[in-house]
Design a protein around this ligand. Structure first.
Ligand SMILES: NC(=O)c1ccc[n+]([C@@H]2O[C@H](COP(=O)([O-])OP(=O)(O)OC[C@H]3O[C@@H](n4cnc5c(N)ncnc54)[C@H](OP(=O)(O)O)[C@@H]3O)[C@@H](O)[C@H]2O)c1
Length: 256
């Protein structure tokens, strides 16, 4: 494993190449082994980021580590585990000094539909991955984001999180479970609370709906390639958009 000292040397090297005016930007992506997370990792790497890739399996750690060990740093972390906050923070402390972008992407759904199909264990699990996990990752990353002149936190949400769209029927009731909608709505509330608390700090917080993306989790009528979703999301992160908003990856504002 390359240590922080060696990495800082690489970063210094990059600064010399660019005349000393910039440092390598740093991103943390959860659920970076598959689907949209993997595409985000590839897009960020292609744009010159140092990417901390949070994955659950050892196989993913090994595979990602072999890609570009100076620029992609995999860490094995199940974000539903309370230890995530400490484990991730210690890793970041030893490997990076500053974080410019955190994408809380890890997520999954539930299987039981309707109120009778709701399983409390599934509700617990989905809340753990979509709400508690992002809170833990934010707490681990925040000290390092304060060192960035312009940091962004993206919480990967869903159109099914919109209270207005669920209430109006704009998103079909039968297409999503209660746990998924409840957990993503809780994530959106976290986005809103955090954006207020961090106003003035230079750290922006957004909830982003990636669209219907062709992944193992995506809907049957998915029409967006993961690489296209990732490109749009990183474009959004690099644009000067407002904090405390719920947006589609295209930048179109969505109703809370
Ligand atoms: N695809 C869509 O159309 C769509 C639409 C709206 C929102 N989203 C959101 O986009 C995000 C990514 O979804 P996707 O479509 O890319 O799904 P995916 O292909 O199933 O990928 C999900 C990723 O999250 C990881 N993950 C799950 N639980 C985790 C945990 N506890 N700790 C760490 N990593 C964990 C998975 O790791 P493993 O491989 O180890 O399971 C996997 O890498 C999710 O938050 C989802 O809700 C997707």
């Amino acid at each position: 494993m390359v240590n922080r000292q060696q990495r800082l040397k690489v970063i210094e090297g990059n600064q010399q190449e660019t005349g000393g005016n910039s440092r390598q930007p740093v991103a943390v992506v959860t659920g970076a082994g598959k689907g949209i997370g993997r595409a985000l990792l590839e897009e960020l790497h292609a744009r010159g980021y140092l990417v901390v890739a949070v994955v659950r399996s050892l196989a993913d750690v090994r595979e990602l580590f072999s890609l570009a060990p100076q620029h992609i740093l995999p860490i094995r972390c199940d974000v539903t585990e309370p230890s995530t906050e400490v484990v991730l923070k210690e890793f970041l402390e030893s490997q990076v000094g500053t974080i410019d972008l955190l994408i809380n992407n890890a997520g999954f759904g539930a299987t039981g539909y309707g109120i009778t199909g709701l399983d409390f264990k599934e509700l617990d699990n989905v809340l753990a991955v979509s709400c508690y996990g992002p809170i833990r990752c934010v707490r681990a990353c925040l000290p390092f984001m304060k060192a960035s002149s312009r940091a962004t936190i993206i919480n990967m949400s869903s159109r099914f999180a919109s209270l207005e769209w669920v209430a109006s029927g704009a998103v079909p009731h039968e297409q999503a479970t209660y746990p998924y909608r409840i957990a993503k709505a809780a994530m959106n509330m976290f986005t809103s609370c955090l954006s207020i608390e961090l106003k003035g700090s230079g750290i922006r917080v957004l909830s982003v709906d990636p669209g219907k993306v062709k992944t193992r989790f995506g809907p049957r009528d998915a029409d967006v390639e993961p690489a296209d979703a990732a490109k749009a999301i990183v474009d959004l992160a690099e644009k000067n958009v407002d904090t405390g908003i719920f947006v589609h990856a295209s930048g179109e504002k969505l109703p809370w």
